[in-house]
Design a protein around this ligand. Structure first.
Ligand SMILES: Nc1ncnc2c1ncn2[C@@H]1O[C@H](COP(=O)(O)OP(=O)(O)OP(=O)(O)O)[C@@H](O)[C@H]1O
Ligand SMILES: [Mg+2]
Length: 267
């Protein structure tokens, strides 16, 4: 272990030499990745690079074919997975399709606490207070009683993030959560996510995206994946450069940073 790694304490996520094979194909190849407390990561790469598969391993939904995985200090194979899953929340567009749309917004948040799709349990006053506080933080105060179906796409996405952190997870996985939002809704959404992450101090975000403009200022680290391999990994400021981005997306692109936002310029 390097001296700098030692000073950061124990990693929240540690993958060593992790590979995943399916039907004779190596979908993830010898992945080494460490995430430390206080870091917020973006995971980038083209379609099919292996981003979702990698995060499914972190979230304990997939078992690697080879290598060692430790999440929140627990080594896979040695612990009850359900307890670990309770500390990891996942938001994706698939979740939006699965959720019953006829529930009031506040009930959707409660289902996040109880890990169900529909509300069957009675929330305590403490849970109700937390749900209201999170809605306010997302700029959705006054929307508690609105039926989820009637929200705009941007508002729905905000509710889903608030729902995901109701149970105070340590790891929040956001897999392409901005897809389909217009630029203004996207900016507003990312600002509320950032607000939430800043307020809920113990959460580590793993933010998957194809779009560098979505890498919000609170993201501190970046992992570049291509064909199941890590192309670069580490501190955002040093790793996000034209050379690394070219290795990921190909020649003829240039990386620009304007007002804390990164842009890809295709020549
Ligand atoms: N069970 C499986 N059997 C065979 N191949 C699979 C299986 N599951 C996933 N793959 C393949 O693994 C590759 C990586 O998939 P993954 O979903 O991780 O990509 P991704 O980086 O998340 O892409 P996207 O940006 O499009 O979501 C893809 O080529 C996919 O077809
Ligand atoms: Mg994916």
């Amino acid at each position: 272990m390097s001296p700098s790694a030692r000073s950061k304490g124990k990693p929240i996520i540690a993958l060593r030499n992790v590979s995943l094979e399916r039907e004779g194909m190596r979908l993830l190849d010898s992945i080494d990745w460490e995430v430390y407390p206080g870091e917020q990561w973006a995971i980038i790469g083209q379609n099919g690079a292996g981003k979702t598969l990698l995060l499914k391993i972190v979230a304990t939904y997939l078992w690697p074919s080879r290598g060692k995985v430790e999440v929140l200090g627990k080594e896979f194979g040695k612990i009850a997975l359900q307890r670990l899953r309770d500390k990891i929340s996942w938001v994706s567009s698939a979740l939006e399709e699965e959720l019953p749309q006829d529930q009031p917004v506040i009930d959707v948040l409660f289902t996040g606490y109880f890990s169900t799709l529909r509300l069957f349990d009675k929330p305590t006053p403490q849970i109700i207070r937390r749900a209201k506080r999170l809605l306010k933080l997302m700029g959705l105060q006054g929307r508690e009683g609105q039926v989820f179906r009637t929200l705009s796409a941007g508002e729905k996405r905000k509710v889903l993030v608030a729902r995901a952190i109701m149970k105070k997870p340590r790891i929040l996985i956001l897999d392409e959560v901005c897809a389909g939002l217009d630029p203004v809704a996207r900016k507003d959404y990312l600002e509320s996510v950032q607000r939430l992450v800043r307020r809920e101090r113990d959460i580590t975000v793993l933010f998957v995206t194809h779009h560098l403009e979505e890498i919000f200022p609170g993201i501190t680290h970046i992992l570049g994946l291509k064909h199941g391999r890590v192309i670069f990994s580490g501190d955002k400021e040093t790793q996000l450069n034209t050379r690394n981005i070219t290795s990921l997306f190909g020649e003829g692109i240039e990386l620009r940073k304007v007002n804390h936002t990164y842009h890809l310029v295709v020549q």
